[in-house]
Design a protein around this ligand. Sequence first.
Ligand code: SAM
Length: 262
Amino acid sequence: MKMMRKITVRNSKNTRRVLEIDDTHMVIFDDFRNVKLNEKADLVFADPPFGINFKGNLQTYHRKPDALSYVEVPKEEYPDFIRSLLEWSYNILKDSGSMWLLSGWNNLRVVLDTVEDVGFIQLNHCIWKYQFGVFTRRRFTTSHYHLLLLVKDEDNYTFNKPEHYAEDVWYIKRPYHHGEKTAGNELPDELVEKCIRTSSNKGDLVVDPVLGSGTTMRVCLKLDRRCIGIEINPELEKRIKQKLGLDLFRKPKNQSSGDSHG
Ligand SMILES: C[S@@+](CC[C@H](N)C(=O)[O-])C[C@H]1O[C@@H](n2cnc3c(N)ncnc32)[C@H](O)[C@@H]1O
């Protein structure tokens, strides 16, 4: 494969933690709103918190207290959070770039309004149907997510059609993680892979501003996409490294040399 362009991010006064996997894959532990990139991205993949006071573990999913902490956004702050995520993503994307944005149904109205306000064009509204949901007594069990495919220019974007008759309802199983410490809400690789294959090419820069356990990074490593992942919760470092099969952690280079990371 031809040499892939190295990725860098701008200096910041924060002494944020950076996990450099190699020259073209990096995880930054920070709020995405603090991160400035040196290069425009081809694709943003974002699976943000849903603003429904999801605790990532315990009561909701009747799990043992083994899930790693997950930073939720309070419901009242959700409209501002989604706006900043969409504006940030719009600004870091190339004119030909795309964004995959996941949403639950509870705050979908806010999400769809903000998508338009920010200037994105919605190409598709896909449904991911998974095989189980949280048991409910007096309402139907939710067992789907919404996946919005957004572009900046409807005449100029990447679309690698996955099959001849490609429909917008996807049946993909959630993996079970028996006895494994997970980040609470991890997406199946298959789902992320479908989005990334469809909307980017080898060597393209993919950015996930709400990385979680590192699923997007794992898929990008597999598919030869460059990737910057941003995660506000440094406690997830362990899970990310486990998912990527890594055991390397370095301090931001600017702490010692003042150069491009950090
Ligand atoms: C739904 S999870 C992502 C799960 C991920 N797709 C996976 O497969 O593991 C959303 C993540 O966004 C993180 N997050 C919340 N607010 C953030 C912010 N302002 N900046 C960066 N990450 C944030 C949470 O800590 C959580 O890990």
